[in-house]
Ligand binder design. Structure first.
Ligand SMILES: *[C@@H]1O[C@H](CO)[C@@H](O)[C@H](O)[C@H]1NC(C)=O
Ligand SMILES: *[C@@H]1O[C@H](CO)[C@@H](O)[C@H](O)[C@H]1NC(C)=O
Length: 498
């Protein structure tokens, strides 16, 4: 650590309060951009319309309905496949500058292979993009938000590194060539940690593979290589004519040390490196590669477990250089905070990601709740996280690509209004008082939608969707009114200083 950074982090520690502070009455910068987000499987429905192929989430929800609340699935979801023009109207009414949505790979390429294009799927996204553009809304497009063509899952999915890197590269190239004249902001992957650790580690998300600390690491390795391939393809074949931006969305909580002790601080730093640095370091850190603490600890534990080599795959020096710096802005999803306490190294036994980290974590019982067990309302944590990213990754431009709150879908959603008010206030303090370069914000989500294992029981929308009605009508909640006001005034409270 450089002396400047040591001083800075000391300053941040003492000046950032961990308690509630009044929302600030200053304005967001003039060029700050505002949007909302969704994801294909969570909103589109039309799961087998017009030639769409099966995705791993179609397969998972149909095969294991008992793994999802009320046995629900995304077969119809918000029916955005048919109602996208209404979605664009909602965005227009909010005054959103951009809409972040994802492409369903298997809607465009039913078998996952780029030589078999489903024209109806291409047309759907062309129509959506053109409706956005003609209403002055920029499309922010995610290539992969968790729904993999089942045909590729059947061949091993993300842990099959050689196959998936090639398939993703072909898919990315096709997407850039089809949509890149209109799409200037691309995100390759959304929260790949959820796919890798929940899908191939704990085995609770699609495809339900239980290979914690082995396949989950292989999956991440594939994702990082695939992202870098897509970035370089864009750089070489498309950037000269399309001149857009490409990044990868990484998600994390803020991890707050349980005390001021050096051990708890070390534990919290280790936790964020395993949780966030696992994906962010190779791309966003000036040195690239996995965080050293991951490389060292996983190698050491693997050896004691009797593995011949580390369970964490290694990048060659050429690969480190190839992946390093493959971003045009820092794309961050964040929702909450977790406390971290130092613990003795967990015993050697079954290999696993949490044992590799060996820390104790919890959320404070005094923090406000949401409808999601993992999501507590901790606005100050986001300001600390933004400062940590600013210092760790050399003052990048940051776009917050997701942030939001869940309840049970009520129209008078005061909890959500309060969440946006307080989180945005802390983000604004990070910008104005701490000099962190946050240039955009994305509310998750435009509307209530299919919340993965929780089905339709946890609602994140600015708009309510009536899932009991075949027409899936959308209704603005109080939070939509609030967000609309924030976008038009750049002010979080009734009156702001000029
Ligand atoms: C917790 O919820 C209460 C009631 O909605 C609200 O007044 C308070 O500001 C919230 N606190 C935080 C930190 O969000
Ligand atoms: C933020 O990032 C943008 C894009 O790189 C840059 O133009 C701008 O100068 C940066 N602002 C600050 C305050 O660093």
């Amino acid at each position: 650590m450089k002396l400047k950074n040591i001083l800075l982090s000391f300053l941040v520690q003492v000046t950032l309060s961990t308690t509630f502070s009044e929302p600030i009455n200053k304005k967001f910068p003039k060029n700050f951009i505002w949007g909302t987000a969704t994801a294909s499987y969570q909103v589109e429905g039309g799961w087998q319309d017009d030639g769409k192929g099966e995705s791993n989430w179609d397969h998972f929800t149909h095969t294991y309905p008992d793994h999802i609340a009320n046995g629900d699935n995304g077969d119809i979801a918000c029916d955005s496949y048919h109602k996208y023009l209404e979605d664009v109207e909602l965005l227009k009414d909010l005054g959103a500058n951009f809409y972040r949505f994802s492409l369903s790979w298997s809607r465009i390429l039913p078998t996952g292979n780029a030589d078999e294009v489903n024209q109806a799927g291409v047309d759907y996204y062309k129509n959506l993009i053109s409706a956005l553009k003609s209403n002055g809304i920029e499309p922010f497009v995610t290539l992969f938000h968790w729904d993999l063509p089942q045909a590729l899952e059947d061949q091993g999915g993300w842990p099959n590194t050689d196959l998936l890197v090639e398939k993703f590269a072909d898919y990315a190239r096709l997407a850039f060539s089809l949509f890149g004249d209109d799409v200037k902001n691309w995100m390759t992957f959304n929260e790949a940690k959820q796919t890798c650790q929940l899908g191939y580690g704990y085995g609770v998300f699609a495809p339900g593979v239980n290979s914690d600390g082995i396949d989950s690491y292989k999956c991440a390795h594939t994702v990082l290589k695939s992202h870098a391939r897509a970035y370089h393809i864009y750089d070489e074949e498309f950037r000269p004519t399309q001149n857009g931006r490409v990044s990868m969305v990484v998600d994390t909580d803020w991890f707050e040390p349980a005390s001021d002790s050096d051990q708890d601080k070390e534990a919290a730093e280790r936790k964020i490196q395993f949780n966030f640095g696992w994906y962010a370091n190779a791309i966003y850190h000036p040195d690239g590669n996995y965080p050293q603490v991951m490389i060292d600890r996983i190698a050491e534990r693997s050896q004691r477990e009797g593995f011949e080599q580390s369970r964490l795959p290694a990048f060659t020096p050429e690969e480190v250089n190839y992946i390093k710096g493959t971003y045009d802005f820092f794309a961050l999803n964040t929702y909450t905070t977790t406390m971290v306490q130092w613990s003795d190294d967990w015993e050697i036994g079954t290999p696993g990601y949490d044992a590799d980290i060996s820390v104790t974590t919890w959320q404070d019982s005094s923090w406000n709740s949401s409808a999601s067990g993992w999501l507590k309302v901790v606005p100050w944590g986001t300001r600390k996280l933004l400062n940590w990213i600013d210092q760790t990754y050399n003052h990048p431009e940051i776009v917050i690509t997701e942030n939001g709150f869940s309840d049970h879908g009520e129209l008078e959603d005061g909890g959500r209004v309060n969440y946006y008010l307080e989180y945005l206030s802390n983000i604004l303090q990070a910008i104005l008082d701490d000099g962190v370069n946050v240039t955009g914000y994305t509310a998750w989500s435009l509307m209530d939608n299919f919340e993965w294992l929780s089905g339709y029981t946890e609602k994140f929308g600015l708009h309510q969707v009536d899932f009991g009605n075949p027409d899936r009508p959308r209704t603005a909640k109080s939070s939509a009114e609030y967000y609309k006001k924030v976008i038009s005034t750049r002010c979080l409270v009734d009156v702001c200083e000029d």
